[in-house]
Design a protein around this ligand. Structure first.
Ligand code: UFG
Length: 344
């Protein structure tokens, strides 16, 4: 019998890529998305789509047994760090309360496998680079706190089954994946990030390269890094999606709860990224040097040791030009797609 996975936020960026890979791996996938920032067209063909808020506990309790759901991958959430600072309640409600409802729905319906989209934002400004999972968690914005709070809930629920001496096969297990900087798109240009009002560097740079913005700002050129700009560990969305599929396989093999960094273990500066986008797009970006953005850690690079120890994860796209090239190709397709939709 096909194993059914419920994917919240499956109409969004990382959720849609993961849904596609799950379908290709032979899973039945039920996508739950309220289409707040996702798009119905992004839900891969073959998935069952239910337009619903993941925080609707009653509806979730009904839906899970109806589709015989065996595992949950919980992506649904808000992701814009500055917005979390200006509207924290929105983030605590949608990222923490909704996660709580999802966990509750799993408990009530006997689902014991849960994969959660966490973030490197839980580290705040790390003391050590590369940053390992056991490093102190000290978020510097409500977004990071909302992710950390959900990690705590999952950990406590996992622990409670052990404390209550449940047999191992009856215990709740989860994998929290702490994403570093997710970017890029499907290599064939068929799927990518469509979030409106994007703030992430590679997406913004590709929009500028496509003429959708007249410039791109570098937020801070006086950091203590080689070229003065911030360094990040950019991970291709397909590799990140694969991490979810192998995390699910890990839980299905009886794996216990884990929190894992998801990055390549090396970084690139903002200037490196802009250089790569200019190269793959063959354009000259109008680059403006702007003041630092509040809350940006100078360097954020994953210690990738643990994920490779725990999961059978083999990244295929660890290449900045490939990441930027796929993001640019997608941005051009998206522009055409959006123009066609508007003209209809
Ligand atoms: N940047 C620019 N110009 C832009 C956009 C970004 O210079 O137009 C810079 C930022 O200042 C930062 C770097 O590019 O130095 C990367 O910024 P992003 O906005 O692309 O990504 P972040 O590093 O801010 O965000 C990531 C994750 C979040 C997580 C955060 C933790 O996407 O989920 O890291 O620091 F919360």
């Amino acid at each position: 019998m096909q194993h059914t996975v419920l994917v919240t936020g499956g109409a969004g960026y990382i959720g849609s890529h993961t849904t596609r890979q799950l379908l290709n791996a032979g899973y039945r996938v039920v996508v739950v998305d309220n289409l707040y920032s996702g798009n119905k067209w992004a839900v891969p063909e073959g998935a069952i789509f239910v337009e619903l808020d993941a925080g609707n506990l009653e509806a979730m309790r009904r839906l899970m047994p109806r589709y015989d759901v065996a595992a949950v991958i919980h992506f649904a959430g808000h992701i814009v760090v500055p917005e979390s600072v200006s509207d924290p309640i929105k983030y605590y409600r949608n990222n923490v309360v909704t996660s709580l409802q999802m966990i509750q729905a799993c408990r009530d319906t006997g689902i014991r496998k849960f994969i959660f989209s966490s973030s490197a934002a839980v580290y705040g400004i790390p003391m050590q680079i590369p940053v390992a999972e056991q490093a102190d968690t000290s978020p510097i914005n409500p977004y990071g706190f909302s992710k950390l709070a959900t990690e705590w809930m999952l950990q406590d629920v996992s622990n409670s089954d052990r404390i209550n001496n449940e047999p191992a096969s009856e215990c709740f297990n989860h994998v929290a994946l702490r994403y570093f900087n997710v970017a890029g798109a499907a290599v064939d240009g068929s799927l990518g990030q469509a979030t409106p009002d994007a703030t992430h560097l590679i997406k913004v740079a590709c929009e500028a390269a496509c003429g959708k913005r007249d410039h791109i700002s570098i937020f801070g050129t006086d950091y203590d890094t080689e070229d003065g700009t911030c360094i990040r560990d950019y991970i291709h969305v397909e590799d990140l999606a694969t991490a979810h599929v192998v995390a699910l396989e890990y839980l299905r093999r009886g794996g216990e709860s884990r929190t894992l960094n998801c990055g390549y273990g090396h970084g690139f500066s903002v200037r490196d990224v802009l250089g790569a986008v200019q190269k793959v797009s063959n354009t000259d970006l109008n680059v403006i040097e702007a003041p630092r953005r509040t809350g940006d850690p100078p360097v954020l690079i994953a210690d990738k040791t643990k994920i490779h120890q725990v999961l059978d994860w083999q990244p295929n796209y660890d290449n900045l030009e490939l990441i930027c090239g796929t993001a640019y190709k997608w941005e051009r397709n998206l522009t055409e797609f959006q123009q066609n939709t508007e003209n209809r």
